[in-house]
Design a binder for this molecule. Structure first.
Ligand SMILES: [Zn+2]
Length: 155
C-alpha cells in the first residue's frame, strides 16, 4: 500500500478511536446522573434495561477500539492492508468500508461460509468404546504381571 494511503488510514483510525473513547466517557458520566433522576422503581427497571444496553454497546465499543489498536499496530509494522489468511492485498476500497478488517473479501467469504456450516448441528462423534479400552489395559497389565512372574532363567 502507498504511504499516502497509509497516512489517510492512520488518521482515520486515530479519529475513530478518539471518537469512541469520547462516547464511552460520556456514557459512563450519563449513567450516574440518570440514577439520581429516577427514584421510582419502575423507572429504575427501565433504567437498568438501558444500562444493560449501554454496557453491551460499551462492550462492543471496547472490542472495536482494540481492533482499531491492532490495525494501527499493523500500519506501524507494515502489514496493514495485507490479508492475514492468504497474505494478499485486501484492497483500498474494502479497507475504506472496513478499516479494521484483517481479511480480503475472498477469505472473509470463506470464513463466513465455514461459520455458517459450523452452526449446523455437529456430526455425532463415536465415543471411545470403554469396555474394549479397559480390556486392552487389563490384558496389558496381565502381560506385565505375567512377565514379572516368569522366573528368571539362567541364560
Ligand atoms: Zn485473503
Amino acid at each position: 500500500m502507498r504511504q499516502r494511503d497509509l497516512t489517510i488510514f492512520r488518521k482515520r483510525l486515530d479519529d475513530w478511536r478518539q471518537e469512541l473513547l469520547t462516547d464511552a466517557t460520556r456514557t459512563v458520566g450519563g449513567m450516574g446522573e440518570d440514577r439520581e433522576q429516577f427514584p421510582d422503581p419502575a423507572d429504575r427497571a427501565t433504567l437498568e434495561d438501558n444500562r444493560n444496553l449501554e454496557l453491551r454497546i460499551r462492550d462492543r465499543e471496547r472490542k472495536l477500539i482494540s481492533k482499531i489498536d491492532e490495525a494501527i499496530g499493523r500500519i506501524e509494522d507494515g502489514t496493514y492492508g495485507l490479508c492475514e489468511e492468504c497474505g494478499g492485498e485486501i484492497g483500498v476500497d474494502r479497507l475504506k468500508a472496513r478499516p479494521v478488517t484483517t481479511l480480503c473479501i475472498e477469505c472473509k467469504s470463506a470464513q463466513e461460509e465455514t461459520e455458517r456450516r459450523s452452526r449446523a448441528p455437529p456430526a455425532r462423534r463415536h465415543p471411545r468404546d470403554p469396555p474394549e479400552h479397559l480390556h486392552t489395559r487389563l490384558l496389558w497389565n496381565g502381560c506385565t504381571a505375567g512377565a514379572d512372574s516368569i522366573p528368571e532363567s539362567a541364560g
